[in-house]
Ligand binder design. Sequence first.
Ligand code: 13P
Length: 248
Amino acid sequence: MRRKIIAGNWKMNMTPSEAVALCETLKPLVVSDDVDVVFCVPAIDIIPVVEAVKGTNIAVGAENLYFKDKGAFTGEISAAMLTDAGVKYVIIGHSERREYFAETDETVNAKVKQALANGLTPIICCGETLTQREQGITIDFIRQQIKIAFLGVSAEEAAGCVIAYEPIWAIGTGKVATTEQAEEVCCAIRACICELYGQETAEKIRIQYGGSMNASNAAELLAQPDIDGGLVGGASLKPDFGKIVNYK
Ligand code: 13P
């Protein structure tokens, strides 16, 4: 039985002081014995947030990392910097990074390997555009994203990864995928992992749904057999996040 994982993606929101205040609001609301809770926060908020959630069930994640160890890469953050600061998870290949910051399946793969080599758990994002969905190529497109993301990753490493299926047309739009659409793709992702690594790995890897998840739709999505959690944007900045964590 896979343990559910609910992660907030704060995106480019919350100054360091706002971040600490939000942690104080959310801490009592996200207490859970059976769900992993992660706050993925902007780089500058990492240190104060790690401090603010000490002694709680909340783990801290980053929203990005660079795939090189160190050096002349102005503005970038390394895996070692993240782990030293207390980060456990890192979002990789979010559609906003692919769209606005030219990330490709190849850079996603390099970042996944860098995260794993440094003991970080990657939350690997995939998802189709509305046009791709309308053209009927959603599953083919996502299988391609997954296959490239996992190149050179061992079965043991893959089993510990998290994949987030986020249909681009459902992000920040209030348009949530139907439960059937979300489950269909998450199931196809698991089948793809099974082809790559076998049944055991496919049964261990956790697959999240993301895209307008909120307190009223979370329970139904999270009841699906292949949906093991959520990657939550807008609703992760509000007390609603506590209701998503405690969706049962
Ligand atoms: P929303 O929940 O705001 O739609 O964002 C989803 C997302 O992009 C999480 O990574």
